[in-house]
Ligand binder design. Structure first.
Ligand SMILES: [Zn+2]
Ligand SMILES: [Zn+2]
Length: 386
């Protein structure tokens, strides 16, 4: 081979390498398509994030950009107060991670909140305080003093990973008198129902019974892409906050009022009024009036504009029609629900209410949400084949 050809080949190889090494679709924001409902903005939030300023492995401002890319609106930087494994390399400074992350967040229109993880033995376990003014004053000898210091600043305080096997070896969350004490003093406002990819049904129930805010967070320590693969449709667990607008005041009001839902994997957990509104705003029936002829199927087309799959189960036995017992209304797709007549002797027009349970929309542990699909069927005489 001539020397010039070799050089040309090498150069084109380098160009190819540069193209491969620098994918063009990484520095983009992918919105989370979950609709605004009931007159509120649906804010996507992660209120539990670590950096190198405690036991994380990421410089703080990277957290703001990860959040922007993943379609989040609000994050809280919550490094451990009591656990500082990098202190030989980085001085302990409880406000620094927030101070570094916040300006980059502001530049990208991602709200970054000042937070801390009060990291104590069980009970009370690990507590996050967010919406702080000063994290330094949480560095106290006794945990009650740390919680009081957060409460004095008007912080929102929640219990982290209550079933974490590091503190509850059987993975079952337990309620202690210390938690009752905190709730009674107005110093515990929420619980993580999901942390990382773990769901705690006990915490879900406590939120319902004790009127506490349901929270769901990533608790990421490493770069987000090591634990989640957003470009392949994966997402970190997030808290949906239903706020009047995106302002800090509206966000805070919604959090204390308990207007949240948990979004983890394909699961959405929360009060029925929010879940139903999300379902109804996401779904549309393209042809609610169907013509059914003889025993051949007619197809109801159901469109889903959201990023959520809806897993329907149930259906019902009707006198005049057959519908499937299971159906997944896939995210950002239109799916078909076949409707058949039970016999070929019917005629006329009739309304049907098709009852289903959406299994992955949980209004209580092990309790999916009931929905109804309203259709009208015009029964036609069977077509005569010629
Ligand atoms: Zn923790
Ligand atoms: Zn943590």
């Amino acid at each position: 081979m001539k020397r010039r050809t070799v050089i040309l080949l090498m150069l084109s190889g380098l160009v190819l390498l540069a193209l491969v090494a620098e994918p063009r679709d990484t520095r983009v924001r992918s919105e989370v398509n979950i609709p605004d409902v009931l007159g509120y903005r649906t804010l996507k939030c992660d209120l539990h994030i670590h950096t190198v300023f405690s036991d994380g492995s990421v410089w703080p401002h990277i957290r703001s950009e990860e959040a922007w890319r993943e379609g989040l609106d609000v994050i809280a930087i919550t490094d451990h107060i009591e656990y500082q494994p990098h202190k030989e390399d980085l001085p302990t400074a409880h406000n620094r991670s927030f101070e570094i992350a916040e300006p980059h967040g502001r530049a990208l229109d991602v709200t970054v909140l000042r937070g801390s993880e009060i990291t104590r033995e069980m009970p009370p376990g690990h507590l996050n305080a967010v919406l702080l003014q000063d994290a330094e004053v949480l560095d106290t000898e006794h945990w009650r003093d740390a919680v009081r210091a957060a409460h004095r600043q008007g912080a929102f305080i929640f219990w982290n990973h209550p079933g974490w096997t590091g503190q509850q070896p059987d993975g079952v969350a337990k309620w202690y008198p210390e938690h009752t004490e905190l709730v009674e003093r107005g110093m515990l406002h929420g619980i993580e129902v999901v942390n990382t990819r773990e769901y705690y049904p006990e915490a879900h129930l406590w939120c319902i019974e004790k009127n506490l805010t349901m929270i769901s967070n990533s608790d990421i320590h490493d770069p987000l892409n090591l634990d989640y693969n957003p470009l392949a449709g994966d997402h970190r667990p997030m808290t949906l906050v239903f706020a009047r607008d995106k302002s800090p005041e509206a966000f805070k009001e919604a959090l204390f009022a308990g207007r949240t839902a948990v979004y983890s994997g394909e699961m959405l957990i929360g009060e029925e009024r929010f879940l139903k509104a999300i379902f109804e705003a996401s779904i549309s029936l393209k042809n609610p009036v169907l013509r059914v002829s003889g025993e051949s199927a007619s197809f109801l087309q159901i469109s889903n504009e959201s990023d959520l799959d809806f897993e329907l189960k149930g259906g019902a036995d009707f006198e005049k029609i057959f519908v499937p017992e299971e159906l997944v209304i896939q995210a950002r797709k239109t799916v078909l629900l076949p409707v058949r007549a039970t016999s070929d002797t019917q005629s006329g027009r009739r309304r049907f209410v098709l009852p289903y349970t959406v299994e992955n929309l949980k209004i209580a542990p092990d309790k999916g949400m009931q929905i109804e699909l309203n259709i009208e069927v015009i029964f036609l005489p069977p077509e005569v084949s010629t």
